[in-house]
Design a protein around this ligand. Structure first.
Ligand code: SF4
Length: 239
């Protein structure tokens, strides 16, 4: 597999927030989100056995396979191998490629075109794991933003429906506070999952972030099948 990085930290977001976990970030993605923090061209080719040997140095047995898009490389045989070594396997996906059914927990963070929001050049990546500010030297970020979805006008729920996914455990959606949240949350609520999480968008501006957080909390209180997901690794300043 093409491995971008392996590191040990705490799961910062979603249902398993606070759990110590080894992160296996794979290179390569089927989308090109303008806010992406993964250097997809940078990777080390590793065999399944080499990965298992490498991660065994850590005491935890929770692995988070993230990306890039793990569905492009992840096999059921590799998950079987991890299970044989007592790993609990969580996979984070953008939802457009199927994930092997033997994963223990599948977190789907569907991507949303953010054209109007990336005009703020301090918008930061808020899905998958790890963030960094968007390149403020990007001369025309809005042109690239349409690459975030399979097409500029496509509905990501349609892409999801045709992806071949048979199961999602957690649906984690960005809360943008741009007037579209209720419409998007309602649309994604039709995708079966065990947990529905809303994660306030990080704009890089504390005042703006507080406004989004307050609106997100208010929305969840009014729509209690959603739960709040915070990027605690950012608050704690850990990887
Ligand atoms: S789906 Fe995730 S990994 Fe892929 S380009 Fe978008 S942010 Fe990057």
């Amino acid at each position: 597999m093409k491995v971008n990085e392996i590191f040990y930290s705490l799961q910062g977001e979603g249902y398993y927030t606070g759990h110590p976990a080894v992160f296996l970030r794979l290179s390569g993605c089927n989308l090109s989100c303008p806010f992406c923090d993964t250097k997809h061209q940078t990777y080390t080719e590793m065999t399944d056995d080499q990965i298992v040997k490498h991660i065994s140095q850590y005491p935890a047995r929770h692995i988070v396979i993230t990306g890039g898009e793990p569905g492009l490389q992840l096999t059921s045989a590799f998950i079987h191998l991890l299970h044989a070594h007592n790993w609990y396997v969580q996979v984070e996906t953008n939802g457009i490629t199927p994930i092997p059914d033997n994963a223990d927990w599948i977190t789907c963070s569907p991507k949303t075109p953010l054209t109007h929001l990336i005009q703020d050049t301090r918008l930061t990546h808020t899905d998958h794991h790890g963030q960094k500010p968007i390149d403020s030297n990007d001369s025309n970020p809005s042109d690239r933003s349409i690459l975030c979805a399979p097409s500029a006008t496509s509905d990501m729920t349609d892409a999801f429906r045709h992806s071949g996914h048979t199961r999602i455990d957690e649906l984690k959606l960005l809360f943008l506070n741009d007037g579209s949240d209720h419409q998007r949350a309602t649309r994604y609520s039709h995708i079966p999952a065990r947990r529905y999480s809303l994660q306030p968008l990080d704009t890089g501006n504390l005042t703006h972030n507080q406004t989004i957080l307050t609106a997100c909390i208010s929305y969840i209180q009014s729509h209690p099948h959603w739960t709040l997901s915070l990027q605690t690794h950012k608050l704690l300043n850990i990887p």
